[in-house]
Design a protein around this ligand. Structure first.
Ligand SMILES: Cc1cc2nc3c(=O)[nH]c(=O)nc-3n(C[C@H](O)[C@H](O)[C@H](O)COP(=O)(O)OP(=O)(O)OC[C@H]3O[C@@H](n4cnc5c(N)ncnc54)[C@H](O)[C@@H]3O)c2cc1C
Length: 447
């Protein structure tokens, strides 16, 4: 039985392990931390003992590989589909974004037409630009803002429509992204299929989703799970004997195939010195990060009736209402994607601004008491989808025998998301299967 070692227990590594374990490989999963899920994970809040997500994660209906993984390991039931999205402006007005029972792409036409925060002219212009965007060749990737301006988009349409959708979906601003992934978001997420835009929110902390349930699945398929095991270097003296993984504790493990499923800012450090300068790998060094900040707030009473709100023209972009998590403790999480402007702003000031925003939006907040707050910033939350970014994203199969890459940053055709991570894991597993002469298609079809 061939041994495959997956380094990294984020969604990419987990997907690769789940794909290969039932296919006759002895799979070992090494994770440097004491928990699975990587960036999509939770921690125990020291103040309350509650398990909270570092940041709320959601998927969309178009995330077919992520949902396939969830189905496979039995956690899909823990995702709650949101068929209506609520968009709110600082004046408190809310537009409901809901599909009509018409075929795509007409299903969302009426919802866009009813958006209170755009003028009729903006909406017509958006319809025109969307049609032009979809007609662009899939790989053209000019700077998006220039492209939008060339296609007659007003600043209001850019800020309140394109910016609102893309900053959350790509974790980057309209000023910095390229057309390619913007097009991908609108095409795959809104236009292609009626169910694509449905947002799925986990009903349990991510630790439960990927930790408890997945752990059980891996036990049943004999995956050897090694947590708190960090790899410091991978080396290969002789191709025939496979790979040596040098671990943080000074020991070494050998393996025939190794899938490095660590983030883009870690992977080069693990490679043998002679590969770091190889253009195949060196391009990874050109990827740049984009941060996400999440503000966690516990109130002494219910302050919001809606399950979530997408904020327009605000500092916060999404408010997630996690309900009463302990007696008399109502928990909200406010997410700020592409949080570069918050760099250098203290946690107290960020909290103050978010609390002010919520106080203006929701009358119930004025009477409520803030019990606790917490600010979490992930500085390297995702890679930045700048124009031409795909030149820096390597495929999962490398030119080096027995060495594979997985991770949301690898060439998946997707932005840095849980879907991208799972796709990369499946693609890495496909590459391993090809290498042993048993090719199989693991990546799931789009909606
Ligand atoms: C704040 C935040 C919010 C997000 N929101 C969303 C969202 O709503 N929806 C969405 O789809 N995506 C979201 N994302 C993106 C999503 O989390 C990532 O794209 C995805 O989880 C990446 O998975 P990965 O396996 O590629 O990498 P990671 O999750 O980073 O996994 C890599 C793993 O490798 C381990 N590791 C690193 N070095 C070593 C080593 N030397 N030895 C052993 N193990 C090692 C790490 O500990 C980690 O567990 C968000 C990300 C962040 C940070």
């Amino acid at each position: 039985m061939d041994r495959v070692t997956v380094v990294g227990g984020g969604l990419a590594g987990l997907a690769a392990a789940v794909a290969l374990a039932p296919r006759g490989f002895a799979v070992t999963l090494m994770e440097s931390r004491q928990r699975l899920g990587g960036r999509a994970s939770s921690f125990v809040d020291a103040a309350s003992g509650q398990v909270i997500d570092a940041c709320q994660h959601v998927s969309m209906g178009c995330c077919t590989n992520f949902h396939h993984l969830c189905d496979l390991v039995g956690v899909r039931r823990l995702l709650a589909p949101q068929h209506t999205l609520f968009f709110q402006t600082p004046d408190g007005r809310i537009s409901r974004f809901k599909a009509d029972p018409w075929p795509a792409p007409l299903h969302l036409g009426r919802a866009l037409a009813a958006a209170h925060y755009l003028t009729a002219g903006d909406k017509l212009g958006i319809g025109y630009a969307l049609a032009r965007m979809l007609a662009e060749p899939p790989d053209t990737d000019p700077p998006l803002r220039e492209w939008l301006k060339r296609h007659h988009q007003s600043d209001r349409a850019i800020d309140r429509f394109w910016g609102v959708v893309l900053t959350s979906a790509l974790n980057e601003t309209v000023d910095r992204v390229g057309l390619k992934y913007a097009r991908k978001v609108f095409r795959d997420g809104f236009v292609k299929h009626r169910d694509a835009f449905t947002v799925h929110v986990p009903t349990v902390p991510l630790a439960e989703l990927y930790g408890v349930e997945l752990r059980g699945w891996m036990g049943r398929y004999s995956v050897t799970l090694q947590e708190n095991v960090g790899v410091v270097k991978a080396s290969c003296e002789q191709e025939r004997s496979g790979w040596e993984l040098h671990l943080r504790d000074g020991t070494t493990q050998t393996t025939k195939h190794v899938i490095l499923a660590v983030p883009f800012d870690r992977v080069l450090a693990l490679l043998p010195e002679n590969l770091v300068a190889d253009p195949f790998f060196a391009r990874i060094g050109h990827l740049t990060p984009s941060p996400i900040t999440s503000v966690h707030l516990w109130y002494d009473r219910k302050v919001l009736d809606l399950p979530h709100v997408v904020l327009v023209d605000c500092l916060g972009q999404w408010v997630f209402n996690r309900g009463e998590v302990a007696p008399g403790e109502h928990y909200l999480q406010v997410v700020v994607s592409a949080a570069r402007p918050l760099k250098g702003v203290g946690r107290d000031e960020i909290t103050r601004q978010i609390v002010n925003e919520l106080t203006k939006l929701y009358p119930a907040v004025r009477a409520a008491k803030v019990l606790r707050t917490k600010v979490v910033t992930e500085h390297t939350a995702t890679f930045s989808a700048v124009p031409g970014v795909d030149a820096f994203r390597p495929p999962q199969a490398t030119p080096v025998p027995g060495l594979y890459l997985a991770g949301d940053y690898t060439a998946t055709g997707w932005p840095a998301t849980m879907e991208g991570a799972v796709r990369s894991g499946y693609l890495a597993a496909e590459a391993v299967l090809r290498a042993v002469g048993r090719p199989a298609r693991l990546v799931q079809p789009d909606l």
